[in-house]
Design a protein around this ligand. Structure first.
Ligand SMILES: NC(=O)c1ccc[n+]([C@@H]2O[C@H](COP(=O)([O-])OP(=O)(O)OC[C@H]3O[C@@H](n4cnc5c(N)ncnc54)[C@H](OP(=O)(O)O)[C@@H]3O)[C@@H](O)[C@H]2O)c1
Length: 292
């Protein structure tokens, strides 16, 4: 039995479907089982990662956990939650992030109130938990561009910062497939021997944000324009949307960094799954209705 958290979300939802397709017994964790319809065959359980007392039933009989963590909002409970998972399960695949502080690799510690600081906290707790672990460290999700969907629908223009910022955006299906390959020992890659691995995952190509917007325009059959926002305006908009200040500043700084240091492409998705990572134009075609 494999427990998937974040099962109503993008990567977790894909992980549930792909594990089911692989013939594995899957349990899906959500705080509100009534709000989502899961595929037939999935066992749905209620649980809150920020409240470890709610997790014992969800973890009963579970061998492995695909852990999607809701970052800062549950960090206060992380030590007890990881301890609870380790009491029940043998193995964990944790959805971390590229760029996570990793003193062992020379990447310094970071503000614990930042998103990367949150992933670092979880990685450290998992390393010390006694669980057999594998970390997936994807770069930017292609699905981040969904934040432009209402602007594209309403105005046909994306207003955001640093059009030249370049990312190797990854399809949520590929992240899940990498995790499923680790959990099931399938795929043509390293096969077994995933314990203690930190896999950096990316899409197959680097695109500027302007190129991403062009690809979305091609997918929906009408051009989409780009308009550069100043970093100050972008920061204010994130704060207005309720982002915690440290995370909002981290986001704005990250986009500035990607102008001069674009994300890099890795071959890890293909190595783990046996299939090349999905190009962004295919992701845009898969999600065209979200932008129409
Ligand atoms: N976006 C990126 O570029 C990027 C890059 C690298 C890594 N990541 C990481 O990927 C992870 C997923 O991010 P996302 O934005 O894509 O998430 P998402 O798909 O929007 O999913 C969020 C999920 O978290 C669950 N959740 C929230 N609070 C919870 C709680 N207290 N207990 C249990 N479940 C809870 C929700 O489930 P219910 O509401 O059903 O309970 C939902 O399924 C995050 O850790 C993020 O930092 C993101």
């Amino acid at each position: 039995m494999i427990l998937v958290t974040g099962a109503t979300g993008k990567v977790g939802g894909q992980a549930v479907s792909q594990l089911l397709d692989a013939g594995v017994a899957v349990r899906a964790l959500t705080r509100d089982p009534a709000s989502t319809i899961f595929p037939k065959g999935v066992e749905v359980v209620r649980g809150d990662l920020a409240d470890p007392a709610t997790l014992d039933d969800a973890l009963d009989g579970v061998e492995s956990v695909f852990l999607v963590w809701p970052t800062l909002s549950a960090d206060h409970a992380a030590p007890a939650t990881i301890e609870t998972i380790a009491k029940h399960a043998r193995r964990i695949v944790y959805l971390s992030a590229h760029g996570v502080p990793d003193p062992a690799a020379g990447v310094p510690e970071e503000d614990p109130n930042s998103i990367l600081g949150s992933h670092a906290l979880l990685e450290r707790l998992i390393e010390r938990s006694g669980l057999e672990w594998t970390f997936l460290r994807p770069g930017g999700f292609a699905a981040n561009t969904l934040m432009w969907a209402s602007q594209i629908r309403d105005t046909g223009t994306v207003r955001w910062l640093h059009g030249a910022a370049s990312r190797a955006l990854i399809h949520e299906r590929d992240i899940a497939a990498a995790g499923v390959s680790v959990l099931t020992g399938t795929g043509t890659g390293t096969g077994t021997g995933h314990a203690g691995a930190r896999y950096v995952l990316s899409g197959p190509e680097v695109l500027t944000q302007v190129e991403q917007v062009t690809a979305i325009g091609q997918a929906i059959g009408r051009p989409v324009r780009w308009e550069d926002l100043s970093p100050e305006t972008a920061l204010r908009e994130l704060l207005d949307q309720g982002w915690p200040p440290a995370a909002a500043e981290e986001m704005v700084d990250a986009y500035a960094g990607m102008v001069t240091s674009p994300e890099s492409v890795t071959s890890t998705v293909e190595e783990l799954t046996g299939r090349p990572a999905t190009p962004f134009r295919q992701w845009a075609a898969d999600h065209a209705d979200d932008f129409r």
